[in-house]
Ligand binder design. Structure first.
Ligand code: TXA
Ligand code: MG
Length: 504
């Protein structure tokens, strides 16, 4: 498909609006990030957005309007408090989630009963939206998973040949996506942005909850929460430590690296870095607004320079910095390391050694170990596992029912001796998989001062992508053990699939 590159003048905006009314796709600037728009009431046009971005179909889109009255075309009702927010913050970087009208296609809301609506403040955006005369559905205009585009150049790089037109509106003033707030019940922020919880509380005179991550086993209220976001091709690591430790750390690594700093550290770090290291600043350390405006561009610039790992500074855990912290820590997959110790090892390399953990190491984790090793052996996967318990009674033995259930799978685990989990074991294994979330919580608590070990811990359900909990069969009859084994098998097989993916 040929992509028209348009300017922000009146004639070009009219062309862009005609593309929308004709069922096409247009990338347009907003004050936050560029959006990839289509007519929100035309399902076929909306499907083109998902195709262009490679976006999962279960992640809903934000509908953009050019005045408050237009909200009624997509929302069933607008609660008084939602109206207060719109009147106060619109046009501006705030998305309000409301009950949707039935006429809004499922493609826009991903089948949810709600719809997110926003009126951007960017002049070009408003003029373009007005000319279309329609509500325009638009996600950020990046390829799915990449950092959102904050300049015309980013959009051209990601989307040339994938959309009908791109409007050049210069650089985005805010630079991170809008704050997303659910106003269908008590206010909840799903995504922090330039408009902070504090600013919203001042208007509503009411406490606002921030809910921008998903707990284990929870179904996310905002589907976007479950996806990895904002990731550059390089791996991002947040470094803790003094300026000297950070400089040493960057110089010590044998892979190409870049470092993100604030202006206040720029000169010192520049002077201390070895040649070939890339350095970029987020701006003034005291200004979250600077960091918002620069973050996505800096991540993209680092990729362009081909670095393998990007080191980034810690970001304060408070309301004003919530938007920057949320984006940067998600780009890092929450990988925080101590500068004095860190040695780069790619998180993308496939793990080889797995440790299964339950309470007593007499039923669940030995069954997981036996199954995993057998599946790997049968399928020629170069991985192995062991198991251990968080609280192993002295002299305890493998449960008879586990032994029998495994026998029916033709796997003999009679040689297993229950083993207590130790620090050495945690160091030795690449991934530690617990049977339930309570095991994981306990382990994370024990390891709270050691991010490198703590990062290896997941629940079996979580790591396999199946999201299930493996409950304790202790005290049950053989059928309880067999169904427990069945659940474990599903998870372990899914992990083996991932490990053997390259070979298929
Ligand atoms: O600043 C912005 O909001 C930009 C510009 C283009 O307006 N748009 C944007 O859209 O960031 P997108 O699709 O990249 O992110 C929308 C987020 C997603 O995380 C999605 O899950 C959430 O908003 N969302 C949209 N509708 C929702 C709904 N009805 N309920 C819960 N979450 C919703
Ligand atoms: Mg996005």
């Amino acid at each position: 498909m040929e992509t028209k590159l348009l300017s922000a003048n009146g004639r070009d905006l009219k062309t862009a609006a005609e593309i929308i009314t004709g069922g096409g796709t247009v990338i347009f600037p907003t004050e936050t990030v560029y959006g990839l728009g289509a007519d929100a009431l035309n399902p076929e046009a909306v499907r083109k957005i998902f195709k262009a971005k490679g976006r999962p179909g279960d992640n809903p889109l934000i509908v953009h309007v050019h005045d408050i009255k237009q909200v009624d075309t997509v929302a069933e009702e607008v609660p008084e408090k939602a109206k207060m927010l719109m009147e106060h913050f619109w046009p501006g970087p705030l998305t309000v989630i409301l009950k949707r009208r039935d006429s809004v296609p499922d493609e826009v809301t991903a089948g949810l009963k709600t719809v997110g609506v926003r009126m951007p403040s960017d002049r070009t955006a408003l003029e373009f939206l007005k000319l279309t005369g329609r509500p325009v559905a638009a996600p950020s205009a990046n390829l799915s998973g990449k950092p959102s585009p904050t300049s015309f150049k980013h959009c051209v790089e990601d989307m040339s040949g994938r959309v009908d037109a791109i409007i050049d509106g210069g650089d985005c003033a805010v630079g991170v996506e809008s704050t997303v707030i659910d106003m269908t019940a008590s206010p909840v922020i799903y995504r922090p942005g330039d408009i902070t919880a504090g600013m919203i509380e001042d208007v509503l005179k009411e406490k606002v909850t921030l809910h921008d991550s998903v707990a284990d086993g929870e179904t996310p209220k905002s589907p976007g929460l479950k996806y990895k976001h904002y990731s550059p091709a390089a791996e991002v690591v947040i470094l803790k430590g003094s300026v000297d430790e950070v400089i040493d750390c960057v110089n010590r690594q044998s892979v190409s690296c870049g470092i993100i700093v604030f202006d206040q550290m720029l000169e010192t770090v520049k002077n201390g870095l070895s040649r070939g290291r890339v350095i970029k600043t987020l701006g003034d350390r005291k200004s979250p607004r600077d960091a918002e405006a620069n973050l996505f561009r800096v991540l993209r610039d680092m990729d362009e320079m081909g670095v393998r790992v990007i080191f980034a500074p810690e970001i304060p855990d408070n309301d004003k910095w919530a938007a920057v912290r949320n984006r940067l820590y998600r780009a890092a997959g929450n990988r925080v390391a101590s500068a004095s110790e860190f040695e780069f090892k790619s998180a993308h390399e496939k793990p080889k050694r797995f440790l299964f953990v339950c309470t007593g190491n007499t039923c669940r984790s030995p069954m997981a170990e036996g199954l995993f090793n057998e599946i790997c052996r049968r399928r020629g996967i170069a991985a192995a596992s062991a198991s251990a318990g968080l609280s192993v009674a002295p002299g305890s033995v493998l449960s008879e029912n586990s032994l029998s259930a495994m026998k029916r799978e033709n796997i003999d685990i009679s040689g297993h001796v229950p083993t207590a989990l130790s620090l050495d074991m945690l160091k030795e294994f690449d991934v530690v998989l617990t049977m339930s979330s309570s095991h994981k919580q306990m382990l994370k608590m024990i390891l709270s001062g050691n991010s490198e070990l703590s990062e290896k811990v997941f629940t079996l359900g979580e790591y396999s992508g199946l999201g299930i909990e493996i409950s304790d069969p202790y005290g049950g009859d053989i059928s309880v053990y067999e169904s427990c084994l069945k659940e474990i098998k599903k998870c372990v097989a899914a992990i083996a699939d991932k490990l053997s993916y390259d070979k298929v």
